[in-house]
Design a protein around this ligand. Structure first.
Ligand SMILES: [Zn+2]
Length: 270
């Protein structure tokens, strides 16, 4: 499932190729995946629109349009946004296709069909349920200490809560907790201040490094050009059950926490 670094990589890749392009037509094969405001027709509203910018918020790709509207895409489990030349073979599970005036197209493919594309009106606040961006100046060690204080939630579950911090998923929660030497199941409030500061630094460091390596391709994630990321080659614990911990050599364990597989080192994560 694409998390912050993967979505950031997709958004940057798209920005390089689709900004300035004008949509000639839109082809929707699975209507549930395209959501428009009441009274607005998705296909008609988008024909003739130009792309003014592409950015990321949490795990969402946000395309700015010349009308002031935005197109917000949630990739969920298996969604892909890939730019192709007209005539190039389609990805399996392509459900929405934007044909640009210049003969290229943007395909939204999603085998499991949980992904959504939502057209948002100018000025409409679509992200009010999303928390802080962990790579923004607003995410401070002191703010993070405040966020955790008094919470009995296991620290890993709190990291996955998009209403508190937006963009961290299972891969980077596991990696950041390993990096900081913190047991995933510890109640958030039981972390010492130095531990919270370590975790704060680890979150920023892990996400920044993963963006540099263009994300993690452990499942079917590819960027906007259809290329895999590189962070799967340097993962410390995620998906590494029984492999030696890169820090202490003891075997990595897999447990289940908040219904998610959780990989960690019993020896050096306390
Ligand atoms: Zn270890």
């Amino acid at each position: 499932m694409p998390e912050l670094p993967e979505v950031e990589t997709i958004a940057r890749g798209l920005a390089n190729v689709v900004v300035g392009k004008t949509i000639a037509s839109v082809d929707i094969r699975l209507p549930k995946m395209a959501i428009a405001p009441p009274g607005v027709d998705f296909v008609r509203a988008l024909a003739g629109e130009s792309i003014t910018g592409v950015s990321r918020r949490g795990k969402y790709v946000v395309m700015g349009l010349a009308s002031g509207r935005k197109l917000v895409t949630s990739l969920r489990m298996t969604g892909r946004l890939v730019v192709q030349q007209d005539g190039e073979a389609e990805y399996k599970g392509t459900h929405i296709v934007f044909h640009y005036m210049d003969g290229t197209r943007l395909s939204f493919a999603d085998l499991r069909t949980f992904g959504r594309m939502r057209l948002v009106e100018p000025g409409e606040v679509w992200d009010k349920s999303l928390g802080l961006e962990p790579l923004s100046k607003g995410f401070t060690p002191e703010g993070f200490i405040g966020m955790l204080s008094g919470r009995t939630t296991p620290i890993k579950a709190l990291l996955l809560d998009q209403q508190r911090i937006a963009g961290i998923g299972n891969i980077y929660a596991c990696e950041a907790l390993w990096d900081a030497g913190i047991k995933p199941g510890r109640p958030a409030k039981a972390l010492t201040k130095p531990a919270v500061r370590r975790l704060h630094r680890a979150i920023i460091e892990v996400l920044t490094r993963a963006i540099k390596m263009r994300g993690t391709s452990v499942d079917d994630y590819v960027d906007a050009e259809g290329l895999q990321g590189g962070f799967q080659n340097v993962l410390a614990v995620y998906g590494k059950k029984d492999e030696p911990c890169p820090r202490c050599g003891k075997p990595i364990v897999r447990t289940v926490l908040a219904q998610r597989g959780t990989w960690w080192c019993r020896n050096c994560q306390r």
